[in-house]
Design a protein around this ligand. Structure first.
Ligand code: GDP
Length: 698
């Protein structure tokens, strides 16, 4: 393509609480941009983006499908972010590669817990955003209240650029505060056509006031606008748009829009706003990575003529095509048939095909340019989070941040034939999903699956049955415990043994100290320091000792789980120039770490979740006493709207199995809640004794 213009690309995500209308809105966008011919409805179970079977049944969007559509000579790549916290990895993955996002809020529910979580995740990545207040046709919807909630809980920089005309069943259209026109959508064409009129008399005063506020606020972002505003002169519409765009891209302003996707009101204006206010890859500028060996910073620019650099942000196994690797290209371009270098695993791979995804439909294309998003077919070894580049650009973009798995279940195949299929299927799932892990329990020989929550693992089991036709026996979900120490210990250990008439000797002295979580940086779980010099133990053995320390910390003294928040210092040792070997140092170190851990008052740590419950005021008391009885600590209780209250608490994961059923029965079904991993914490002694009894039998 020679007329490739980066400024016409928008890579955007849609973030929302479950049920706020993300799927319906995406659906409408695809319809109006001319891509879909028949509009799908969520309640009919035939929407386009929810293409996985279980997604249809559950009515939630699990995988982040990317969809490309075109509007007014712009290309919009929509990266679908999931609404359930069990899928945070998906959210993180998509946020990493977005340039902008739309937060969709329900006109009744307002800022619900998941929208708040995802919004703050997006804050971390400084993603420019629009807010779309949906469902204004619903009984109980309240535009002004939701705007206040957004300002209160998410950002004080949010201001309406539109106002609704009417509400609930009388929600008729939208006032655009920039053009000062009223938009009405023709329901006979499912909102495809619309007409503009002057603003209804009774809303004119309110609209003028809101426009004044908007202009005052955004005049900060454009000097020309500011002087016109101060002089009280006429302000051209285009100048207001330029100022809003500048404020939005700099993360200093969030335009608030409104509508009803289901009733086909306001979606085209939302697509216009994506183009007008959200950034193109050019606006986002360079991306910083680092040189593989020297770790020096390298900047890459969104320029198709530069060297190729991209990030693999998702891997999906497609039944027909095989492995699909979704990439975001940051600079240069890649063509079908070309090779790239994967610097994360040092492999060269070839691109057989390039696909642009239209949800579950795929279009073959010839090349991907800087700023673009697409899927590669052919590479075998590239996984989520890998940096891929031209062979002569030794660049690593920073890795994505994935939370720990907090629960696990044991599964067992029913037949020998099942075992093979199961192993293949689990390997695939592990490749696709960096928060899903499979390992063998060394004591029981069982296969353990671990992930982010009950729903996450339920879906994996579900997929085993549907896609691979295996139905394993499944155990009860278990919490993924970890271990740590509570006091400092110093330990000395020697290894002396004769093997085949030859002596083996090594001696090490270690000190282990407990660390607080905030003493660890860069995702490190433990620290190692070497305080000796080569006269005590020659340098050639140091690496073996450090590796042996790291390995030994994978096997805790209490329940064989991983040990974290420990600093191990090598403070002494002994060697013999003839008999000392690397193997002897490894064994001595491993024994020494094991003994030191037992000496340092080890403790079990459990995952603590942040639980957010919204329920009717009548049930708040019961929800709180249930949380208290589950070792939970209440953080905040606040009013959501007239009758609803929000309770935020920290509760151990182990107390939360089956919470969905319990909380629904407490609140007679009038509840929404979310769970999010917060931290690992040492369990109380009585709980520790119970865990030991259960796992160890004493
Ligand atoms: P998601 O979970 O955020 O993807 O939400 P969906 O798009 O699946 O919508 C959840 C439910 O709300 C479905 O039953 C939709 O039909 C309904 N819905 C979506 N948008 C609107 C709207 O604007 N008004 C009303 N009344 N219902 C809506």
């Amino acid at each position: 393509m020679t007329d490739f213009d980066l400024s016409t690309i928008r890579n955007i995500g849609i973030m929302a609480h479950i049920d706020a209308g993300k799927t319906t809105t995406t659906e409408r966008m695809l319809y109006y941009t001319g891509f879909l011919h028949k509009m799908g409805e969520v309640h009919d179970g035939n929407t386009f983006t929810d293409w996985m079977e279980q997604e249809r049944e559950r009515g939630i969007t699990i995988t982040s499908a990317t969809v490309t559509c075109y509007w007014k000579r712009h290309q919009i790549n929509i990266i679908d972010t999931p609404g359930h916290v069990d899928f945070t990895a998906e959210v993180e993955r998509s946020l990493r590669i977005l340039d902008g996002a739309i937060g969709i809020f329900c006109g009744v529910g307002g800022v619900e817990p998941q929208s708040e979580t995802v919004w703050h995740q997006a804050d971390r990545y400084k993603i420019p955003r629009l807010a779309f207040i949906n469902k204004l046709d619903r009984v109980g919807s309240d535009f002004d209240h939701v705007v206040e909630m957004i300002q209160d809980r998410l950002t004080r920089y949010a201001l309406p650029v539109q106002l609704p005309i009417g509400k609930e069943e009388k929600f008729l259209g939208i006032i655009d505060l920039i053009s000062m026109q009223a938009y009405y959508y023709d329901q006979n064409t499912l909102g495809f056509t619309f007409r503009t009129e002057s603003i209804p008399e009774d809303l004119l005063g309110q609209a003028e006031q809101a426009r004044e506020l908007l202009i005052e606020c955004v005049s900060e972002f454009n000097d020309e606008l500011l002087s016109l505003y101060i002089e009280g002169d006429e302000i051209p519409e285009e100048l207001i748009r330029i100022a809003i765009r500048k404020g939005t891209i700099d993360n200093l302003f969030v335009p608030v829009l409104c509508g009803s996707s289901l009733k086909n009101i306001g979606v085209q204006l939302l697509i216009d706003a994506i183009i007008s206010f959200l950034p193109s890859p050019l606006d986002m500028g360079s991306v910083t990575g680092y040189e593989k060996v020297t770790h020096e910073e390298i900047k890459v620019f969104p320029d198709p003529s530069e060297k190729f650099a991209a990030l693999a942000f998702k891997v999906q196994i497609d039944k027909f095509v095989g492995k699909l690797i979704y990439i975001r290209v940051y600079s240069g371009s890649i063509k079908k048939g070309e090779s790239f270098w994967n610097h994360t695993n040092d492999k060269r791979e070839r691109v057989a095909r390039i696909l642009q995804m239209h949800s579950n439909k795929k279009n073959d294309i010839e090349e991907l340019h800087a700023g673009d998003i697409g899927a590669l077919v052919g590479p075998k070894f590239t996984i989520t989070g890998d940096t891929i580049t031209s062979p002569d650009l030794p660049l690593l973009l920073s890795k994505m941040n994935f939370p720990d798995a907090v629960i696990s279940i044991a599964i067992e195949p029913k037949t020998k034939a099942d075992l093979e299929v199961l192993t293949e299927a689990l390997t695939r799932f592990e490749e696709e999903d960096p928060t899903f892990h499979v390992h063998q329990d060394s004591d029981t020989g069982q296969t353990l699956l671990s992930g982010m929550g009950e729903l996450h693992l339920e879906i994996i089991i579900d997929r085993l049955m549907r896609e691979f036709n295996v139905k394993p026996n499944v155990g009860k979900p278990q919490v993924a415990y970890k271990e740590t120490i509570t006091t400092t210990a110093v330990m000395e250990e020697q290894f002396v043994r004769e093997v085949n008439g030859k002596g083996n000797f090594a001696g090490v002295k270690l000190r282990i100290t407990p660390l607080r979580e905030n003493q660890l940086r860069d995702e490190k779980r433990n620290l190692f320091e070497n305080l000796i010099d080569s006269s005590i133990i020659p340098e050639e053995f140091w690496t073996a000792i450090e590796e042996s320390v790291i390995n030994a910390l994978n096997d805790g003294p209490l329940i064989n789980s991983t040990v974290e928040r420990v600093k191990v210092s090598l403070i002494g040792g002994m060697f013999n120039p003839v008999e000392s070997t690397e193997a002897a140092f490894r064994i001595a170190t491993s024994m020494c770490v094991g003994k030191a851990l037992r000496e340092a008052n080890p403790a079990i740590m459990e995952p603590i979740m942040l639980l957010t419950v919204i329920t009717h005021e009548d049930f708040v008391g019961d929800v709180i006493s249930d949380i208290n009885s589950k070792r939970g600590k209440i953080d905040i209780i606040r009013i959501q709207n007239e009758h609803l209250q929000e309770i935020v608490a920290e509760v151990p994961m182990s107390e939360l199995f089956g919470y969905a059923t319990r909380v629904r029965s407490i609140s007679q079904g009038r509840v929404v809640y979310t769970l999010e991993f917060k931290k690992y914490e040492i369990v109380p002694l009585a709980v520790q004794l119970n865990i030991l009894k259960r796992i160890r039998g004493y």
